[in-house]
Design a protein around this ligand. Structure first.
Ligand code: ACM
Ligand code: ZN
Length: 550
């Protein structure tokens, strides 16, 4: 006869199970995880499922994705509880965690977890949904590290996401991060049910992806000689910053993410933010250069020439190589922060404007319309390969057709405008969801996560139909002042927990006080993983004073 105590429902507090003489000690976890599942019904008073060395994680024979997911789950169990379980295809009547697919569950990311003391079944509408269910189990396990067996409370969890698009962006242009480290960040995303990794691959300050037809992009454009020491400074650190991903390495990232049901969206940011490309191929600019990979940050007047056939061909060639590497249905081509200073004076740009018959209107200058034309030409290449174009909200300045997916970053209002114009819209405002935003970085302790948690991506000024155009939300880290993993993680965690809850959980279920309780367990998991994070305790933030809050 087993003795056990259930942990309390509300706080997710773990209570050690008492142990009878023949039974090893166990602790029972909690389904009060982040993001909070849609529906948790625990069987009060029923014995939990104890995970033992004899437990098997079972998957249907021949289903490679579920076999891999079973191995992932076994590795999470080992990491968190110290117990080494088996994986296999023969599900017995007891002592099994059974993974299975049932397309009848509806939402393709819906899963149901059913737990008794004899058996756990995790059924997903798709393999992706089963993987998401294993992330819930990962977070629901007690962290015992071999001091006790782990157990799961008896009951049922039914879960599915609020938004189909749940993204996170990392800029590798300003600072380079290794393939191995990006894999670790993909693990962080997976743990938070994020399903799109938006990989910002090119910037003024560094071109980071091998393009075989244009080798100078990485021979010249992947290196800057030094970097400004702090915002507004006139001093430079004298240290070169360099690095790029070979196409093979990028494919490796795509594969690693896909195994975790994360789609990698590549971004080639054009026609602005292209100085590294111009330094490599000066003929792509309006003035012909010479150009240098910049050592400061900001918005630069030198951009791709919008009226030059060679520039357009360059963009198409680059994107074709990108589409060979990335199977993503979305291809991001930027469109943000592109001053028209050079285009206003450039004979080629002005000739193109005349040829296309573009005229300035009260709302849209002829140069803005040239950008729309340029991006639409690039888009044709993307559509021809069965993909869709994505761009930042400045693409709305030229009045493009509503097929284009818009990432609304400049303000929450930009998201409203985009949705009203009928664009599929992803909400990622600089004021709330840019985790590298210096003003927001100054917020410490709970205030830092609350800033994200309280943001509602669907504005109440939108009509019911317009609301359907908000397909999701995204967090972004721009790396001007993010040189290493410590700063990266300190900005990401635990704000990514608040983000995941606004991406996944229905708003009526949200409760900040309860969230911070659930966060305590999550931070213990971060400790176990060795990830840096911004503590809920303000005093602890002094530890990271070297970041000077920007
Ligand atoms: C952006 O932050 N410039 C998209
Ligand atoms: Zn030009």
């Amino acid at each position: 006869m087993k003795n056990f105590r259930l942990r309390t429902m509300a706080g997710g507090v773990l209570l050690a199970g008492l142990f009878a003489c023949s039974e090893p000690k166990f602790e029972t976890g909690s389904y009060q995880v982040i993001p909070l599942p849609m529906d948790i019904a625990e069987t009060v008073g029923a014995a939990p499922f104890i995970i033992r060395p004899s437990t098997t994680v079972c998957y249907p024979e021949g289903n490679e994705a579920l076999e891999r997911t079973a191995r992932f789950l076994a590795s999470y169990i080992k990491e968190v509880t110290g117990t080494e379980v088996k994986t296999g295809t023969k599900a017995g009547s007891k002592n099994c965690i059974v993974l299975d697919v049932d397309p009848g569950l509806g939402n393709k990311e819906a899963y149901v977890l059913d737990v008794t003391d004899r058996r756990v079944t995790l059924t997903g509408a798709t393999e992706a949904a089963v993987f998401l269910g294993t992330q819930t189990l990962y977070k629901a396990l007690p962290i015992t590290e071999g001091q006790a067996l782990g157990a799961l409370p008896a009951g049922t969890v039914k879960d599915e996401p609020r938004f189909a698009y749940r993204g996170f962006m990392i800029d590798v242009g300003r600072h380079f991060f290794s393939v191995d480290y990006l894999k670790e960040l993909i693990d962080v995303m997976a743990l938070h049910n994020i399903n799109y990794f938006h990989w910002h691959l090119t910037e003024d300050q560094g071109w980071r992806i091998e393009i075989k037809k244009y080798p100078k992009l990485t021979e010249v454009g992947a290196t800057r000689k030094e970097t400004i020491t702090e915002p507004g400074s006139k001093e430079y650190d004298g240290k070169p910053v360099s690095g790029f991903y070979t196409q093979e390495e990028a494919r490796e990232i795509v594969r690693y993410a896909a195994e975790r049901f994360i789609t990698v969206i590549p971004e080639i940011d054009l026609p602005g933010h292209m100085l590294a490309a111009l330094a490599s191929y000066p003929e792509l600019g309006c003035t012909g250069g010479p150009y240098e990979v910049p050592t400061r940050f900001g918005v630069f007047d030198d951009v791709l020439c919008g009226g030059n056939e060679r520039t357009l061909q360059f963009a198409k060639d680059v994107l074709n190589e990108i589409m060979d590497i990335f199977p993503s249905p979305y291809i991001h081509i930027g469109g943000d922060e592109c001053p028209k200073t050079r285009w206003e004076k450039c004979p080629k740009c002005q000739a193109k404007i005349r040829e296309l018959g573009l005229k300035s209107t009260r709302e849209h200058s002829k140069e803005n319309q040239l950008q729309v034309w340029f991006m639409s030409e690039v888009e044709k290449e993307i559509l021809a390969r069965g993909r869709q174009m994505m761009g930042w909200d400045e693409i709305l300045e030229g009045n493009p057709d509503p097929s284009k997916t818009v990432m609304a970053w400049t303000s929450p209002k930009a998201g409203v405008k985009s949705a009203q114009l009928g664009h599929p819209t992803i909400i990622t405002p600089i004021h709330y969801l840019y985790f590298s935003n210096p003003w927001i970085n100054r917020l410490m302790g709970e205030a830092s996560v609350k800033r994200v948690y309280d943001f509602e991506p669907v504005a109440d000024t939108l009509t019911v139909d317009e609301r359907k155009n908000i397909i999701g939300a995204q967090g972004c880290i721009w790396t001007e002042w993010t040189k290493d993993s410590v700063k990266m993680e300190w900005q990401m965690m635990p704000r990514i927990d608040a983000l995941s809850e606004l991406q996944w959980t229905q708003p009526e279920k949200k409760d900040f006080g309860q969230f911070t309780q659930r966060l305590r367990h999550q931070l213990k998991l971060y400790d176990l993983k060795g990830w840096n994070y911004k503590s809920l305790d303000e005093a602890d933030s002094l530890k990271y004073r070297q970041f000077k809050n920007w």
